[in-house]
Structure formats: structure tokens, C-alpha cells
Design a protein around this ligand. Structure first.
Ligand code: BDR
Ligand code: CA
Length: 309
């Protein structure tokens, strides 16, 4: 039986690849794609989600637009990483697929009200929508199997301490991390191991699906920004790691640890403070990702891309 998931995302090059992975893998059934402001404005991330859903032929999957700004802060976008549209690089077709008239939070609440079985939430952008959901519809918490998110880690990429998704809305992240729900955090320590370099891109260029060649073009752009900004030899496919874990949790190791989101630090706002040595006495609340099985990850992705149009 495929696992039912809701993808909450801000496409975003790696979010787009995460959608392809979920769409192309038989172990998952996408119940909805919801969007949040993050890498780009909410209008851009929603349009991008529609484009990718259409490419993956997710005709039955609703795409709903969510929060246009963080809970209390001003929106932060990442045009220097993803371009102004959030998905610079490949040529984008105007989507014919329409977004739902329901707000993302209402759609999630509806789907979680009486699901056939509990759903897994997979947020790969700022956690604004998920925090709103937990605040506005706390009764649906019992129907959330787990949350597997991309964000955080023991170092930052937006500040020395903070990763973008958590930094963009630390108050929302605090709500989610303290929710008591089973939570797995695919942070930067893990996702930087999910690097696509020249060899991987070469495979994608020669694969015979449109999704694979589009992914190669996404990665060309993403690699160039990561090279320029961080001197990396390739692009980390951050967000696809969270989806890969939903497919098979052996794809990376985890350790159950206490984690607190910093919301007030002078230099550390948005940091996920991981209590590795359990010095705080706080009960472990997060499965913190460790070691990636790169070949397993890559096989999942290539298999999925080969199954798509
Ligand atoms: C995260 O931020 C965005 O740039 C990516 O889509 C990913 O979700 C990595 O820090
Ligand atoms: Ca993202």
C-alpha cells in the first residue's frame, strides 16, 4: 500500500525534483501539493508547483496556495539561489492546471479530517502553513502520522547558524518542533551529501524522459549558484531527501535527539539547536538525520524520473 503524503513546498529547484521523486515512485501517493512563500513569492511558488505537477501528469492531485508571509516576520526570498521566479534555468511552459480555490491550510485540514489512514506531511519550505494548520485545526493532529521535513541542521546556509527554511519563519518552526508530533529533520548535514555532480547530470541528460532532462537543466542552474556562492562542485538536492525517507527510511540514518528552534538570538535566530549530548534534560523530539546512502537515494530518483513522462 503506498504511503499517503502531502507535499508542502516552495519550488524551488530542489522542491521541483522532490515533487518528481514523489510523483514517479510507486511507494508514495500524493494527496495534495500545497505551496508557501519561501524561495520566491507565493505567486511564483504556486505557479511553479502547477508547472511541475502538470509535467508529472499529476492531474488528480490538487495544488493549493498557502501563506504569503511568515507568521510574524517579513517574507524572505532567495533570488540569488533560485532566480527571481524561483525556478530559473529551464524554459517553463505556462501551466493549464488550475490551483484549488481552497487555501492550502483548509485543504490540508479537510484531507486530515477523516483520512482513510493517517497522512505524512512533507514540508520542504518554511513551516508557515504547517504551523497555521496545527494552530487552527489541532484536532487533525491525531491523523498526522509524522512530519518529515527539510530544514535546519547543525550549521547554516543563510547565516552561520541558520538554514533558510527555518530562518525564514523561526516562529512557525518553533510551533512545529514543539508540537509533540513524530518529526524527522533532514537538515544540511544530510542534504549536502545528496549532491548531484557532473556524473549524475550526465546520466540525466541521456535519460529519455522529459522529467529527467528538465531535472538536468534545473541542476545546471542550481549547480552554478552553489558553485558561485559556496564553491561546491555540485548542487545538493536538499528537498528530495525528505521524500526519499518517506519512500524508504533506510535511505538515511537518524538519531532521536532534543532540538530547539532559536527565535531570539542575536547571531543565531533560526538555528536548530541540537542537544547531541543531551545536556538540557529536554525529551528527544526530533529524529535528526545523519548519514545518507547516496546510491540508494540516487537509484530512487533515477527510477522515479524514468517512470515519468
Ligand atoms: C532549502 O532552502 C531552499 O533554498 C531549498 O529549496 C531547500 O528547501 C535549503 O536550505
Ligand atoms: Ca524548498
Amino acid at each position: 500500500m503506498p504511503k499517503n503524503i502531502i507535499l508542502d513546498c516552495d519550488p524551488g529547484h530542489d522542491d521541483a525534483i522532490a515533487i518528481f521523486l514523489a510523483a514517479g515512485h510507486p511507494a508514495l501517493n500524493i494527496k495534495a501539493i500545497t505551496t508557501v512563500s519561501g524561495n520566491a513569492s507565493i505567486q511564483h511558488t504556486t505557479r511553479n508547483a502547477l508547472i511541475i505537477a502538470e509535467m508529472a501528469e499529476l492531474t488528480q492531485v490538487p495544488v493549493a496556495q498557502g501563506a504569503e508571509e511568515p507568521l510574524v516576520r517579513k517574507p524572505k526570498t532567495a533570488p540569488h539561489i533560485h532566480g527571481e521566479s524561483g525556478l530559473e534555468g529551464p524554459e517553463l511552459q505556462e501551466p493549464t492546471k488550475q490551483q484549488e480555490s481552497l487555501h492550502a491550510i483548509d485543504l490540508m485540514a479537510d484531507l486530515l479530517d477523516h483520512p482513510e489512514e493517517p497522512l505524512t506531511l512533507v514540508p520542504t519550505g518554511p513551516l508557515t502553513n504547517i504551523a497555521w494548520l496545527l494552530k487552527r485545526a489541532p484536532h487533525v493532529k491525531k491523523n498526522i502520522k509524522e512530519i518529515v521535513l527539510m530544514g535546519g541542521g547543525s550549521f547554516g546556509n543563510w547565516t552561520p547558524a541558520a538554514e533558510f527554511n527555518i530562518y525564514a519563519d523561526p516562529e512557525a518552526a518553533h510551533v512545529v518542533f514543539e508540537s509533540g508530533l513524530p518529526l524527522t529533520m533532514a537538515g544540511l548535514d544530510l542534504t549536502h551529501q545528496a549532491m548531484a555532480a557532473e556524473k549524475e547530470k550526465e546520466w540525466l541528460r541521456h535519460a529519455d524522459t522529459k522529467a529527467a532532462s528538465f531535472t538536468a537543466e534545473l541542476l545546471d542552474y542550481f549547480t552554478a549558484t552553489y558553485k558561485e556562492l559556496f564553491g561546491f562542485p555540485g548542487a545538493p538536492i536538499h528537498d528530495a531527501c525528505a521524500v526519499a525517507y518517506c519512500i524508504d527510511d533506510r535511505v538515511f540514518s537518524t538519531t532521536h535527539l532534543p532540538v530547539t528552534v532559536e527565535t531570539a538570538g542575536t547571531y543565531t535566530t533560526g538555528m536548530t539547536v541540537i542537544d547531541y549530548l543531551q545536556t538540557t534534560g529536554k525529551a528527544p523530539n526530533v529524529n535528526v538525520a545523519g548519514q545518507l546512502n547516496h546510491s540508494m537515494f540516487w537509484t530512487m530518483l533515477t527510477d522515479a524520473l524514468e517512470r515519468l513522462p
